[in-house]
Design a protein around this ligand. Structure first.
Ligand SMILES: Nc1ncnc2c1ncn2[C@@H]1O[C@H](COP(=O)(O)OP(=O)(O)OP(=O)(O)O)[C@@H](O)[C@H]1O
Ligand SMILES: [Mg+2]
Length: 251
């Protein structure tokens, strides 16, 4: 990779809620084009709050996040086009009256032509295997289907950077395989991927960078292979030996 400039740069970022909780405590992190970054850490360590800073949903108490060198708060429309988020809570992401209206919502905000919107909706719903539910109301979908719908929504946006917060929770085995395959394909197509998860066994083999958070701080940042020995100490389940052995980065 010749481009050494980070696409996303987090500098001295802190976030204190009005309740007094210091959720993010002076974080510095650089994310490069086509990184496959995994963020892990115990409950309440600040992962989801950090994610919301990465597309400007929260304003820092101090510090900043830049996208290609520009503060992301300056142009929120561009930020949200470039960076797609799939939330931990899939219900909070539903905006449309039907599955297809929901998926069309993002591209409509980009003011694309109707033909292009329809093309993107068809493609995204096919990719997440929800085309047959296109006329359904999103709220009747199962938990796993809602998550796939949320992923379809960001696929339809064609964002360069995709952030997934606990993408495997609530999914059955075929659901996990489907979502993981989607994410790997997107990475191969050149997208930058950020996955927040406790479930390292499923993704560690694909990540080039692992961040371990605790109490709002980054405890470790490095290659997954190098950080394996720190997982248990940091309250994260170490993937079992069999899945570690199968991981290509260990060979
Ligand atoms: N809107 C809010 N107001 C006040 N405190 C909040 C708010 N959102 C999050 N927090 C607090 O910030 C801290 C970090 O929360 P966050 O949701 O980022 O944790 P997490 O690492 O994503 O945890 P989990 O693994 O359970 O999803 C927690 O102590 C949480 O209680
Ligand atoms: Mg969270």
């Amino acid at each position: 990779m010749t481009d050494l400039n980070p696409v996303l740069k987090i500098s001295n970022l802190s976030h204190r809620f009005s309740s007094g909780t210091l959720a993010i405590d002076n974080i510095n992190l650089q994310i490069h084009l086509n990184d496959f970054l995994i963020i892990s850490g115990p409950n309440g360590s600040g992962k989801s709050v950090l994610m919301k800073h990465l597309n400007g949903l929260l304003k820092p108490t101090s510090g900043e996040v830049t996208l290609s060198g520009e503060n992301i708060q300056k142009n929120l429309q561009k930020t949200r086009q470039e960076i797609g988020l799939v939330f931990q809570d899939a219900d909070s992401q539903i905006v449309g009256q039907t599955v297809e209206r929901d998926t069309a919502f993002g591209p409509e905000n980009l003011r694309l032509k109707r033909e292009e919107i329809n093309r993107r909706v068809d493609r995204a719903l096919t990719d997440v295997d929800l085309l047959h539910k296109r006329k359904e109301r999103p709220h009747i979908l199962s938990g796993g289907e809602k998550r796939r719908l949320a992923i379809g929504g960001v696929l339809a946006m064609d964002s360069n950077i995709l952030i997934f917060d606990e993408p495997f929770s609530n999914l059955d085995y075929p659901g996990v395989k489907n979502v993981l395959q989607q994410i790997i394909t997107l990475h191969k197509k050149g997208h930058t991927i950020i996955i927040i998860t406790h479930d390292l066994g499923k993704v560690l083999a694909h990540g080039n960078k692992l961040v371990i958070m605790n109490k709002g701080k980054i405890l470790h940042c490095g290659s997954p292979k190098d950080l394996l020995c720190h997982l248990e100490d940091c309250g994260i389940k170490r993937p079992d030996e069999e899945s570690i052995e199968k991981m290509t980065w260990l060979k």
